[in-house]
Design a protein around this ligand. Structure first.
Ligand SMILES: Nc1ncnc2c1ncn2[C@@H]1O[C@H](COP(=O)(O)OP(=O)(O)OP(=O)(O)O)[C@@H](O)[C@H]1O
Ligand SMILES: [Mg+2]
Length: 231
């Protein structure tokens, strides 16, 4: 039904609406001193990122004097809602979801934009594919030093690693802050049944999730990992 609430976050409220007579999702930036700035930032980034199948389609701003609103392609659910209703998901689906997230991220990083808030609630999903959404925390790293650029890219990849854990239903584990402990912790986790099923995928998870591991900084390297390439 038009007007029904699809979801809510710290910055916005998303409802079903109409864009040129077609059903869409309308995000209203919650009013605050910075709402206009936040809205402009998110819509500018969205505009710059159009054209990739794994990035949410942006239709345009809805003129309103009081609120900052814009229209997006409607999806049936977010990945967090999907995971709540689908307790068991196959390894094939986990691979497909991860590959698609990485593919969308590759497009953004190529345009020198990092997402800054990748999480299941900010990934949308339908029966065919996912779309990376909520670009409200995104920024460009064009002017960063080489080291800064690597840091921004790695930040997004760590979050992909955490999504990987959620897809394996292992998100109840608290990831250690001490980076040296992460390797030990992952080693211990290997005993978990879900991780023994993972095979080579464990190597990808290990590289992604450790903020100190810079062996995969370019998204292409993750996409070319043998585990993702194998059927
Ligand atoms: N295009 C869409 N189609 C369907 N549901 C959507 C769409 N966009 C957002 N949602 C739902 O609304 C929720 C909030 O949207 P969004 O993440 O953009 O808001 P936010 O306030 O910026 O969130 P955050 O707290 O993560 O910063 C999402 O988690 C999702 O469940
Ligand atoms: Mg969000």
């Amino acid at each position: 039904m038009i007007g029904s609430l699809l979801g809510e976050g710290a910055y916005g409220e998303v409802r079903k609406g109409l864009w040129k007579k077609k059903v869409c999702a309308i995000k209203t930036i919650k009013s605050s001193k910075h709402s206009y700035f936040n809205g402009i930032n998110e819509t500018k980034i969205l505009q710059a990122l159009q054209g990739d199948p794994y990035i949410i389609k942006y239709f345009g701003i809805i003129e309103d004097v009081e609120k900052f609103q814009f229209a997006l392609e409607l999806y049936p659910s977010s990945l967090s809602q999907f995971l709540r209703t689908n307790q068991r998901i196959s390894m094939v689906l986990i691979k497909r979801i991860l590959s698609q997230i990485l593919s969308g991220l590759k497009f953004a990083h190529k345009k020198q934009i990092y997402h800054g808030d990748l999480a299941p609630r900010n990934i949308l999903i339908n029966t065919e594919k996912i779309a990376i959404s909520d670009w409200g925390s995104a920024d460009t790293f064009r002017l960063e030093s080489e080291k800064g650029k690597q840091f921004c890219k790695k930040q997004d990849l760590v979050e992909v690693g955490k999504i990987f854990l959620e897809l394996l239903s292992l998100s109840h584990y608290v990831i250690p802050w001490d980076n040296q402990k992460i390797t030990q912790w992952l080693q211990k986790l290997l005993g978990e049944r879900r991780l023994t099923r993972l095979g080579e995928g464990f190597d990808l998870l290990r590289r992604l999730i450790n903020p100190d591991d810079y062996s995969i900084v370019n998204v292409e390297d993750a996409l070319n990992h043998p585990w993702l390439l194998s059927p």
